[in-house]
Design a protein around this ligand. Structure first.
Ligand code: SIN
Length: 287
């Protein structure tokens, strides 16, 4: 059901469990307090929020991100920055397949990407990620978002009971898009977080493991944990929990990494895709 907030913002759900488009704001201008409260509420209610038709500078994107919390620092060390990062303000990351002298100017350049939570391999993962599209291919390169709340609430009780109270192990090599591929550079980062995370603002529980980065369960050998994790990945990625975003130039999306995973579909290698990304820093260690 579409909702009009007190501040005049229209909130239009995008799927049953996840995603809402917010209409009525020009994000290149500072927002008033009522609008900031309304977009924060929509973010917590819908996990992913979308604004279409925006024209933002990097400064605008940073200001917009700060309405949700402090801007997160880039995870990867500067020695691994692709060349396009030279033109970016601190906290801004470029995702692009555009190449100069044969080298991608941005991070995560090519193709399909498995479901994941941004920065889960760190002790204090970022709460949210914002992506602003500047160039898109004429098809493909969609971003899929899966609700971890819906997955948790519908999970097989026997599987839930076996994993409740456990912590999962997460590893990620910067640039990797498929588990175990040779694309990434070793981040040396490894983390342990609850298999089911309680959101610090909503109090709701969600699944908190993903196919790209989760490699095991603390205190279990692989023979025991691998089939359970596979079952959990398959359940979490069920189409009924997913919103598929087909990009237009000028889209701004913000998603909540505490209670959702996201993935990317393949797209033509000879077509340009360019996005600017910022994150909302983590504010609590996951419990
Ligand atoms: C990401 O996972 O941060 C990138 C998603 C995308 O390129 O659509």
């Amino acid at each position: 059901m579409n909702v009009m907030t007190k501040s005049g913002l229209e909130v239009i759900p995008l799927s049953r469990h996840i995603g809402a488009e917010l209409r009525g704001l020009d994000l290149s201008k500072p927002l008033n307090e009522a609008d900031v409260a309304a977009i924060n509420k929509a973010w917590l209610d819908h996990i992913v929020i979308l604004f279409r038709g925006q024209t933002l500078t990097q400064e605008d994107q940073i200001r917009l991100t700060e309405y949700f919390g402090p801007v997160g620092a880039l995870g990867r060390p500067p020695k691994f920055f692709p060349p396009g990062f030279k033109s970016l303000l601190p906290g801004v990351m470029m995702i692009s397949n555009i190449r100069e002298n044969g080298e991608p100017i941005g991070a995560l350049p090519d193709g399909e990407m498995m479901f994941h939570h941004d920065m889960i391999h760190h002790a204090l993962p970022h709460d949210g990620t914002m992506l602003y599209s500047l160039e898109i291919p004429d098809h493909g390169g969609d971003t899929l978002f899966a609700s971890g709340y819906a997955a948790y609430e519908t999970l097989d009780p026997a599987l839930k009971a076996r994993l409740e109270g456990r912590r999962a192990i997460h590893v990620y090599n910067y640039g990797s898009t498929q588990r175990g591929d040779s694309r990434g550079v070793d981040s040396q980062a490894r983390s342990l977080h609850p298999v089911f995370r309680t959101h610090d603002r909503t109090g709701r529980k969600s699944t908190y493991v993903n196919r790209l980065m989760t490699v095991g369960v603390e205190g279990m050998d692989d023979a025991e944990s691998a089939p359970m994790l596979e079952a959990l990945f398959d359940h979490t990625e069920k189409p009924e929990f997913v919103y598929t975003h087909q990009w237009r130039v000028g889209d701004v999306l913000l998603w909540d990494n505490r209670c959702s995973t996201h993935a990317r579909t393949d797209f033509p290698a000879d077509q340009r895709r360019l996005m600017l990304r910022t994150t909302v820093a983590g504010n609590v260690v996951p419990v």
